[in-house]
Design a binder for this molecule. Structure first.
Ligand code: ZN
Ligand code: MG
Length: 519
């Protein structure tokens, strides 16, 4: 067979291409497309959120003031402002909500400088102040300017004449909770700044956050920074706040309503159900009597949140305690003999409360006492009933036991397991096949003994430790473990390994995901 020179050239070209392809393939995947943008230039970009049409705003005044410094100003809006704003030179508008026929909104491609400053509406520029903030950030902490965990990443400056007020801020992602401490001097352990402020950080740090441009911007940044133990430094020098006429009562109400809606949305996106304030008060974002339970049907005794590396949402623990306290009061008032059962008793003995990853409360009752309580009697007769306090009593569809829900809508519940004595042994008619679901000698109930549980006192079997070892095996009290270690195991989690269910761990949810270097 003759090979012509042109055929040889084509074959050679194909071979070379294959070789190159193989070479690049072996070197690993190319960097994500957003890493391949132009290298960041020195300077600071001012990022400003356009007010919604309902809000009285100073969008133009603020952007004009900073654009005149001059620095690039990026104005972000969910939808393009209407009527259109006459934007000054140096101000560009970016729509965050992409249009059906347009490209995706990629704000990280629109900041071309190494540093970025989030500026609140109404602030006025001060020549040189953004540069000073940047220099403080880049000088670091002196003793810890390296790549340590605790590196200075955010520099703040107040807006307006009010002196800045700092609070400590701690994030417990697994417990869905953000804790605010008492006021601290700016600089040391400051996690959150009250009042309007300009927040300056490295562009690559901002866009390494899961929610870089969520609103309200300060709360979003403070919480995400605290979850990464980023340090925040506050400069005393303020940016002036533009004088604005006072709001009418109606506009004031509208602005407060919008602020609250934004905060609720932010907390939902961050997975925060409770903000615990320094004075002991709480702001709740979780389930209530009027909303569904925070988590869906539990499969294999492992609720959804556990698979995601979190524990029971605090709103759910609170609702479970409230339901348990109510049920215990009703049972005691009607003379039904009950006792703390299973994992609920385990929690009572271990810590006087619900186990922090448990999803229900279990009580045993004497079956012959069911008729003494009108709600239980109604449930037994097949009529679910809502009691005057809004708790919902029904017979469980799964078998011969009862369930009291937090409300008709919110199915957080207490299970009531009817036992009866047979020859000195307590037994029942429905067994769900859980290892701890076993018969026990009636002497554990003669007499019952009171135990503190979830902020009240409930009756428990006597010798509760022996009772628990009979049900769960030796060492059950001292060795905490999730309900179904085959799906998700606390021991594996503590040993650093992920659960066998392939869940997402704490550090995956909140970890410092290192982006490519855009400097
Ligand atoms: Zn809840
Ligand atoms: Mg249980």
């Amino acid at each position: 067979m003759r090979v012509r020179p042109s055929q040889a050239a084509i074959a050679g070209g194909v071979a070379l291409n294959l070789l190159l392809l193989l070479l690049f393939w072996r070197r690993g995947a190319p960097p994500p497309s957003w890493c391949r943008g132009p290298r960041a230039a020195p300077g600071v970009t001012v990022v400003l959120f356009a007010a919604e049409s309902a809000e009285p705003a100073d969008t133009l005044g603020t952007s004009r003031s900073f654009a005149a410094l001059p620095v690039p100003v990026l104005l972000l809006a969910e939808v393009a402002p209407y009527p259109p704003l006459p934007l000054p030179a140096g101000v560009s508008l970016l729509r965050l909500r992409p249009a059906l026929e347009g490209p995706p909104s990629r704000p990280e491609l629109h900041v071309r400088t190494r540093h970025v400053a989030l500026v609140p509406d109404g602030a006025r520029a001060v020549p040189g102040l953004l540069e000073r903030m940047r220099d403080v950030l880049e000088a670091g902490d002196g003793d810890d300017g390296g790549d340590g965990d605790n590196k200075l990443r955010v520099v703040a400056a107040p807006v307006g004449a009010e002196p800045p007020r700092c609070r400590e801020l701690r994030v417990d992602a697994r417990g869905w909770t953000v804790w605010y401490g008492p006021p601290v001097p700016p600089g040391d352990g400051c996690g959150a700044l009250e009042g309007p402020s300009v927040l300056l950080l490295r562009t690559r740090d901002l866009f390494s956050l899961p929610l870089p441009l969520a609103q309200p911007a300060p709360a979003a940044l403070f919480i995400q920074a605290a979850a990464r133990r980023w340090r925040l430094r506050v400069l005393p020098a303020p940016f002036p706040l533009a004088l604005r006429p006072p709001l009418s009562p109606h506009d004031g109400w509208k602005a407060a309503d919008l602020a609250q809606k934004r905060r609720r949305r932010l907390m939902a996106e961050l997975g925060v159900k409770r903000e615990a304030l320094a004075d002991g008060a709480d702001r709740w974002y979780g389930c209530t009597k009027a909303t569904p339970r925070c988590f869906g049907t539990v499969h294999a005794r492992t609720p959804q949140y556990l698979v995601a590396g979190r524990w029971t949402p605090p709103c759910c623990l609170r609702a479970l305690r409230e339901t348990a306290r109510h049920v215990v009061a009703v049972l005691e008032g009607s003379g039904v003999r009950y006792w703390l059962e299973g994992g609920t008793l385990l929690g009572a003995v271990r810590l006087g409360d619900i186990i922090p990853w448990d999803y229900d409360v279990d009580l045993g009752i004497y079956r012959e006492d069911v008729g003494k309580c009108r709600w239980l009697a109604a449930a037994a007769a097949g009529t679910p009933v809502e009691d005057p306090e809004g708790f919902y009593w029904e017979k469980a569809p799964e078998g011969e036991f009862y369930r009291v829900h937090f409300s008709r809508a919110n199915r957080l519940h207490v299970d009531l397991w009817p036992f009866y004595a047979r020859g000195g042994t307590m037994t029942k008619d429905t067994w769900l096949g859980h290892p701890q679901d076993v018969e026990f000698p009636e002497r554990f109930l003669r007499p019952r003994e009171p135990l503190p549980f979830g902020g009240f006192t409930a009756m428990a079997p006597n010798s509760p430790r022996r009772f628990l070892e009979l049900k769960f095996g030796a060492g059950a009290v001292e060795n905490p473990e999730y309900p179904n270690p085959a799906v998700r195991s606390l021991r594996d989690e503590r040993g650093g390994a992920r659960g066998r269910g392939g869940g997402i761990g704490w550090d995956t949810l909140w970890g410092d995901n290192k982006p490519c270097d855009t400097r």
